[in-house]
Design a protein. Structure first.
Length: 292
């Protein structure tokens, strides 16, 4: 079913609109100039995991892009919950998005109206379960994550996803599931929609998030691992070091914890630590595991 042709309700600027009627004008600034920021959240058994953290990041992303969301954090939190309820979902992916409207077109858009929408849908697994079980296969992306001097890298801004979509498409066309991106210096950064961890001798290594999102899942996985007494090293990782790691997994709201079998010329075997953290994260978000 095409995504715009569904039953259900979308929250748009404070009101519920029938799913098929939730439209924007073709001169929307967000469409032409990427003046748009969004979130990706998941509701598990009736509760959105880290809801307020996600809403706060949406507001920070908007501020970085020089616009102000015309609602409070509490109002958007409530609207996310209400949208799940209105659509009868207790397990859902939640997508809030804020953008500049169509009142002005051109690089300057000071007087545009700021819109906010929230859509929710059933999205059980970002990667196919059979691929997740074996570990996903990834290739290297052609594009590199830009320097913080080139782009507002800590905003979850639509414009920053241009290179992700191009890279993910290239990976899929070549038979891979996703692409791993390097940063502007050539260090391993993140995938097109998730952060990455490696295992060496029982220690977790993960890139320092200095030019990409310090994901909410990444932070949860670090806390989970620490609570199990696992050492974490956040540092710059060169691609050639991948030969020294035994396990690899990617983490994100959509991806959750997903083992990786291959990145380009390097291969990994999903092992004890990856599988334990996958299980622990799944219990944590369902409130079956109390955070330490
Ligand atoms: N990096 C990118 C490029 C992403 O799109 C995401 C998903 N939002 C992440 C990392 C992980 O972020 P989070 O754990 O907050 O979902």
């Amino acid at each position: 079913v095409p995504f715009d042709d569904r039953d259900g309700w979308i929250w748009l600027d404070g009101q519920f609109v029938a799913w098929r009627e939730a439209k924007v004008h073709v001169l929307t600034h967000g469409l032409h100039y990427a003046s748009s920021v969004f979130e990706g959240e998941r509701m598990y058994g009736g509760e959105i995991y880290k809801l307020t953290e996600h809403t706060q990041r949406l507001f920070q992303s908007a501020e970085i892009l020089d616009f102000e969301i015309p609602f409070t954090v509490a109002e958007i939190d409530q609207a996310c919950k209400d949208t799940c309820a209105k659509n009868g979902l207790t397990d859902a992916y939640v997508r809030p998005i804020a953008w500049r409207g169509s009142e002005m077109i051109g690089v300057s858009a000071q007087q545009t109206k700021i819109h906010v929408a929230i859509a929710v849908w059933d999205w059980p697994s970002y990667f196919k379960p059979e691929e997740r079980a074996k570990g996903i296969r990834m290739c290297w992306a052609k594009y590199k994550r830009p320097s913080p001097e080139s782009e507002p890298v800590h905003a979850k801004a639509s414009g920053l996803y241009m290179i992700c979509t191009i890279s993910k498409h290239a990976a899929e066309k070549a038979g891979y599931t996703d692409a791993m991106m390097l940063d502007y210096r050539g260090y391993v950064a993140e995938s097109t929609g998730s952060n990455v961890f490696f295992v060496k001798d029982g220690v977790l290594h993960t890139p320092t998030p200095d030019c990409f999102l310090n994901g909410i899942t990444r932070q949860s996985v670090i806390a989970l691992a620490r609570s199990k007494g696992v050492e974490i090293v956040e540092r710059h990782i060169k691609p050639e070091e991948l030969s020294t790691f035994s396990e690899c997994f990617v983490v994100g709201t959509a991806a959750e914890v997903t083992p990786v079998a291959e990145i380009g010329e390097y291969s990994f075997t999903p092992g004890k630590l990856s599988l334990e953290l996958m299980e622990d994260y799944s219990r944590l978000v369902r409130r079956e595991l109390v955070p330490a």
